[in-house]
Write a protein that binds this ligand. Structure first.
Ligand SMILES: [Zn+2]
Length: 176
């Protein structure tokens, strides 16, 4: 399998502060296993991945490559990329899952409810009327990998339909 170019700028990722043992840093630095890691898409400074413990089907996270614990630690270009990828995630979820609303949020710090407080990330959760009880059930149930793989493919296809290329080996969408 041939790759014509390496779009995710590993030099950029590796030049940023990375933390050993951080799940997000590990995923950022291993694009070859994006499929296993449920990374859907990569931009210049951030990536979109599935939450493997979702509040609902289609629960995505947008994660900067840099190991930073707050918005104030990000530069203007990284902040813009983070919001651009959040917007593209919203678009892809609209097209793939037809939700009627969204929750978009950032938990900063342990006191703010962050499960991974050392590495900031944006949650985007698609919502449907009357899904609250369903979400409670799903939140306590481990989602089967096949469902995550299916969701990754659906979201990736919708991003590709917006005009972005996919890596032919990993299926990752390149949001450059
Ligand atoms: Zn990290």
């Amino acid at each position: 399998m041939q790759r014509l170019w390496t779009p995710w700028r590993m030099d950029y990722i590796l030049s940023n502060k990375q933390a050993a043992g951080c799940v997000f840093c590990n995923k950022a630095a291993t694009p070859d296993i994006d499929r296993e890691n449920q990374v859907v898409a990569r931009g210049q400074t951030a990536m979109i991945l599935l939450n493997i413990y979702p509040y609902s089907n289609g629960h995505l996270m947008i994660v900067p490559y840099a190991h930073i614990d707050s918005l104030t630690g990000l530069g203007d270009a990284e902040l813009a990329d983070l919001m651009r990828l959040t917007s593209l995630a919203e678009a892809a979820l609209r097209d793939s899952l037809a939700p009627q609303g969204f929750n978009v949020g950032i938990n900063i710090g342990k006191a703010g409810g962050a499960g991974m407080a050392d590495h900031i990330h944006v949650h985007i959760v698609p919502r449907w009327p009357g899904d609250t009880n369903f979400m409670t059930v799903v939140g306590q149930t481990r989602t089967i990998p096949e469902l995550l793989d299916d969701t990754r493919e659906r979201v990736a296809r919708c991003l590709a339909a917006l005009g972005y290329p996919r890596d032919e080996t990993t299926g990752t969408v390149m949001l450059m």
